[in-house]
Ligand binder design. Structure first.
Ligand code: NCD
Length: 307
């Protein structure tokens, strides 16, 4: 896959070869980190424009750029503090920043907004989450975690549990996992099911997809237990979102029914989906994922900037 100068907007852009290329590069980045980082991207600037809250994603992009010797222009609250307050358009904002940076990571609450801005940017734009649509770098690090932990992705049964309707992370994960021989098990209440077009796309790619609501029953066959948070900010009203509060809680009792070598992943933040008692379970990989996010973003920044 050609990465140089490309926008990274959706996981649909990745073929299997491109995905494995990023993973191999990320593995090399683990070594770069052990050796204290590098100066490969010295002189390059990453701008992070975030219009939605973030802890991991923004810091992870910035850590990745810093670890490779680059520099960062950062605004964690663009909505409140940029000229958008004076009614400047998002496109003009990005056009402006693209004159000052070599690559831009954007998070925005509206689906497809990042793609729109990429059309006016002189430099690569990386989608750091656009509404309920996509979160490609998170899915890359999730699948990297699976690849690293399980040795291979073929033959696995991957569970996705929680808000599969509004969750951009499970949407992006499906695009990547469909390149492998994977069985999907989706666990969600009826109103928060995985969008039909995604399920149909997986089935037409020959994948087996099981859908249900009962986590305790369906967990038995999962090799990967992918938990997600109810995306309360994307519901029509808070009252509506409260109906699903605490809908799935993964705890030690439920994990008794899971495979001994299963892994638990979660993009975080965790709210009430995973009991803290599981943090010391060797199957819990959700904090390891954070470290994997840094090396995956190092790999991607390197490739997009053409090194
Ligand atoms: C995810 C996101 O923002 O979509 N978080 C993240 O980037 N690590 C998941 C979430 O907020 O639930």
């Amino acid at each position: 896959m050609n990465f140089k100068g490309q926008h990274i907007l959706s996981t649909a852009q990745f073929d299997k070869e491109g995905l494995l290329e990023v993973f191999e590069e990320a593995k090399k980045m683990e070594k770069v980190l052990q050796d204290g980082g590098s100066n490969l991207l010295s002189g390059k600037i990453l701008a992070t424009l975030f219009f939605e809250p973030s802890t991991r994603t923004r810091f992870s992009f910035e850590s990745a750029m810093n670890r490779l010797g680059g520099r960062v222009l950062s605004n964690a609250d663009m909505a409140a503090t940029s000229s958008l307050k004076k009614n400047e358009s998002l496109e003009d904002t990005v056009k402006t920043v693209s004159q000052m940076a070599d690559v831009i990571a954007i998070r925005h609450p509206e689906s497809h907004s990042v793609e729109k801005t990429s059309k006016v940017s002189n430099v690569p734009v990386i989608n750091a989450g656009d509404g309920s649509n996509q979160h490609p770098t998170q899915a890359l690090l999730d699948v990297y975690t699976i690849w690293k932990e399980k040795g291979s992705i073929d033959g696995l049964t991957v569970g996705m549990i929680g808000d599969l309707k509004y969750g951009r992370v499970p949407h992006s994960q499906c695009d990547l996992l469909k390149h492998f021989d994977v069985k999907f098990v989706f666990v969600a209440p009826d109103a928060l099911k995985m969008p039909n077009e995604i399920v149909e796309e997986l089935r037409s790619a020959g994948k087996e997809v099981v859908e249900g609501e009962n986590l305790s029953e369906l967990i038995e066959e999962m090799d990967v237990i992918g938990m997600t948070r109810v995306q309360k900010e994307r519901f029509e009203s808070e009252e509506e979102s409260l109906k699903y509060e605490g809908i799935y809680l993964l705890d030690a009792k439920i994990m008794d029914g899971a495979k001994k070598d299963a892994i638990i992943v979660h993009p975080l933040p965790r709210v009430d989906e995973i009991s803290v008692e599981l943090d010391s379970d060797p199957r819990a990989k959700y904090f390891d994922q954070v470290g994997n996010g840094v090396v995956v973003r190092m790999a991607l920044l390197k490739k997009v900037l053409g090194y």
